[in-house]
Design a binder for this molecule. Structure first.
Ligand SMILES: *[C@@H]1O[C@H](CO)[C@@H](O)[C@H](O)[C@H]1NC(C)=O
Ligand SMILES: *[C@@H]1O[C@H](CO)[C@@H](O)[C@H](O)[C@H]1NC(C)=O
Ligand SMILES: *[C@@H]1O[C@H](CO)[C@@H](O)[C@H](O)[C@H]1NC(C)=O
Ligand SMILES: *[C@@H]1O[C@H](CO)[C@@H](O)[C@H](O)[C@H]1NC(C)=O
Ligand SMILES: *[C@@H]1O[C@H](CO)[C@@H](O)[C@H](O)[C@H]1NC(C)=O
Length: 456
């Protein structure tokens, strides 16, 4: 470590010596100066020689941005001549060649050049040196003022918004824009003027909603923020959704118990808030039931499917959206209720199972009519290997007996692809209800003494 430190020190001193040797009798630390109008400006020079051992001659001159060049000061070791025009405006600091301008104005901007001829007394060689300092003179910015056009809230996709930012005082002002404290950059819909004092949003969108603020700065001022101004954008409705904490939901189908009081909530993202209308589509006609985001349904009809619709309307954007769902009232009977609910949540499989069972039931009926003894038929159907029968029942569908019981109710929500389909199946069900009951009873009685009747 010490070795490295020493090496570094050595390198540094070599470099120092080299630069010292290479040039500088004079040094100016900052070659660019941002100065403020009305304030004083010192162009500081470090002279690296003693006045006693040199002969010298030099000038400070000023190059204005427009190109005019004026020699401000001519000096030798003994004398100083300041241009008459500048006698009251600049001070030349003899010992170290620094230049001081006590009160700056805009015309003082430009390049200040120090030219120096220097000759050491012990040497005949003449050294020339030249340094240039670039000086800008600026007026500090005042607090920016933000404005919006139009001043009122706008409708998404239909309007443009122009923001302007202005300052009373300030030169070389740079403007920036913030929305909710995030910097805005030119983009698809964001157009900035050359100095960014204007921002055009065209067209305005939902995501442009927020609090805007402009920031003004220049080389001699800290960033100054305008007050915040709100942009309100009317939009929507978007993402319409119907939800309920009650009942059982399968896609667009809600299944509820008869007599149950169920609440539905309709929600959509919109500004201003939507107006909501609930529409019933049952009985081949549409009918407005209620207004507002909440629908209350007390259903007492058994096995009745109804189509409902929530319509959200934004009365400012004049846009609307609709969400449709089917409400099925199904008696999810006690004891078997659980199976039924599970069945509906895995509905495709359940539907197939139930469908096949329906066919089996039909065949069964057929046999029942044909054969005098229904019990024998059933016994044949249930004449499975012993191991299979003794297996514990894990779910409703492993036991055909239970399936028959469920079938009567599950087939309705499970198969509920359309109201029409459900109506058809319902009608059929009702027409065969008597036979159905019979089957149900017969089967129910079989497993009660399964080992006896089947094994004998
Ligand atoms: C140069 O001299 C003036 C007055 O003698 C002094 O105020 C100033 O600090 C000096 N500047 C430098 C860079 O030494
Ligand atoms: C002359 O004097 C300067 C300063 O004292 C010194 O750096 C320089 O080496 C001298 N030059 C000669 C040729 O002696
Ligand atoms: C918004 O600006 C676009 C061009 O960017 C223009 O075509 C349109 O007419 C403007 N709309 C309004 C409402 O001023
Ligand atoms: C249901 O509406 C359709 C079409 O609007 C119509 O053809 C049909 O007759 C209506 N049925 C009943 C029962 O009103
Ligand atoms: C839009 O609907 C809101 C809330 O229902 C209502 O207060 C407002 O007056 C309506 N505006 C118009 C233009 O209809």
């Amino acid at each position: 470590m010490e070795a490295i430190g020493r090496t570094a020190l050595y390198v540094c001193s070599v470099l120092f010596v080299l630069t010292e040797v290479n040039s500088e009798f004079i040094h100016i630390s900052s070659l660019v100066q941002h100065a403020t109008e009305g304030k004083s400006l010192l162009l500081p020079v470090e002279s690296r020689f003693s006045l006693d051992e040199v002969e010298m001659q030099g000038t400070w001159s000023h190059n204005s941005p427009s190109g005019t060049r004026i020699t401000l000061v001519s000096f030798t070791r003994e004398t100083t001549i300041i241009d008459m025009m500048y006698r009251n405006r600049i001070l030349f600091k003899g010992p170290n060649l620094s230049l001081l301008i006590p009160k700056l104005n805009q015309e003082d901007e430009g390049d200040y050049r120090l030219s120096l001829n220097i000759k050491f007394l012990n040497n005949t060689e003449l050294n020339k040196e030249e340094k240039t300092v670039h000086v800008t003179v600026d007026v500090p910015v005042s607090a920016p003022v933000i404005e919006k056009n139009p001043t009122y809230a706008v409708i998404e996709d239909k309007a443009n918004v122009t923001w302007t930012c202005s300052v009373e005082r300030g030169t070389r002002v740079v403007f920036r824009w913030l929305r909710d404290n995030v910097a805005l950059v030119p983009g698809d819909r964001y157009y900035f003027s050359q100095d960014s004092s204007t921002l055009l949003i065209s067209p305005v969108r939902k995501e442009d909603k927020g609090t805007y603020c402009c920031v003004a700065s220049n080389p001699v001022s800290q960033s100054r923020h305008s007050r915040a101004l709100e942009l309100n954008v009317y939009y929507g409705p978007y993402n319409l959704e119907v939800n309920s904490v009650q009942g059982l939901r399968t896609g667009e189908v809600f299944t509820i118990n008869p007599g149950e009081l169920v609440f539905f909530e309709c929600q959509a993202d919109s500004n201003p808030p939507n107006t909501y209308v609930w529409i019933s589509k049952s009985r081949n006609s549409t009918q407005v039931i209620t207004e507002g985001p909440r629908l209350e349904v007390l259903s007492y009809r058994l096995a009745q499917a109804e189509e409902y619709m929530c319509r959200a309307f934004n009365n400012v954007t004049q846009k609307q959206d609709e969400a449709q769902f089917t409400l099925v009232v199904a008696s999810l009977g006690t004891g078997q209720e659980k199976h039924t609910q599970e069945g509906s949540s895995v509905s495709p499989l359940a539907a197939i199972t139930v469908g096949s069972l329906f066919i089996i039931a039909c065949m069964l009926l057929f046999f029942l009519r044909r054969t005098c003894h229904p019990k024998r038929v059933l016994m044949n159907i249930y004449n499975r290997p012993l191991s299979e029968q003794k297996r514990p029942h894990r779910s409703g569908h492993e036991d055909a007996t239970e399936d028959f019981g469920i079938y009567e109710f599950v087939s309705i929500p499970g198969k509920m692809e359309s109201a029409q389909a459900s109506c058809r199946s319902l009608a059929r069900l009702e027409s065969v209800q008597d036979m159905h009951t019979t089957i149900y009873d017969v089967i129910r009685h079989v497993p009660e003494t399964p080992s006896h009747s089947l094994l004998k």
